[in-house]
Write a new protein. Structure first.
Length: 229
């Protein structure tokens, strides 16, 4: 029996409106390279990943240039121009386009998390193992949390047991496809799996694997990427 393969699926069809840039944020330069290039290089360097699939919009005018400058990615990355209006739809469209078996593992990763390392990928895969559900990188919440009422605090929220979800989020192709087809407006893959009544495994991630969302985040990500992983 052929063992399950592991594929990376990166939804990158968004426009990054909160960054306020002239181009989608996944193409923002962090140091000498676009943010997305850092992500693709990481997965290309992970021997446990059989192949990486990148989901972009049909109108994406940047990806061809990015890949032309990275010949080492030619055989490691396949571009799928099937991006949807939401992350959920982009991931689902990508799953339907990927040549994978139902038991193959899919690691869905945010294009805006350039701080991912091969070590974190290996850590997630080792922890999930052959888990019947799957799992995701996440961090226990350390900050005191406040629920607001407009601009004022309405209440303090107990942080015990709370985790901040990261990516990759790793689930079997068949299960994840079914979950996303049935889910209603979820913002990550684990939420869709949870809606089926299942409990994904939480695997400790890293603060360096944060999501670039606001303009100042790019400078912080650039500093982190200068560090040795």
């Amino acid at each position: 029996m052929t063992p399950p393969r592991r594929f990376a699926l990166i939804p990158a069809a968004g426009v990054g409106a909160r960054m306020g840039g002239a181009q989608p944020k996944q193409y923002l330069l962090l140091g000498a390279l676009p943010m997305l290039r850092h992500v693709l290089d990481t997965f290309a360097g992970a021997s446990v990943i059989a192949h990486t699939y990148l989901v972009v919009s049909a109108q994406d005018g940047y990806i061809d240039s990015l890949l032309a400058d990275a010949p080492h990615l030619q055989d490691r990355v396949t571009v799928l121009r099937v991006g949807g209006a939401t992350r959920q739809q982009s991931v689902l469209n990508g799953l339907r386009a990927v040549q994978a078996d139902a038991d193959d593992w899919i690691l869905v990763h945010d294009a805006a998390r350039p701080g991912l390392t091969v070590a974190l990928i290996d850590q997630l895969i080792a922890a999930v193992g052959s888990d019947p559900v799957g799992g995701l990188l996440a961090l226990p919440v350390a900050d005191t949390l406040k629920r607001s009422d407009g601009e004022r605090v309405r209440q303090t929220v107990a942080r015990a047991g709370l985790w901040a979800a990261q990516t990759p989020q790793m689930f079997r192709h068949g299960l994840l496809t079914t979950a996303l087809e049935q889910a209603h407006e979820v913002t990550d893959e684990a939420s869709a799996i949870e809606a089926l009544g299942l409990q994904p495994l939480l695997v400790p991630g890293s603060t360096r694997n944060f999501k670039v969302t606001l303009p100042d985040d790019g400078a912080l990500a650039t500093l982190i990427l200068k560090e040795t992983p």
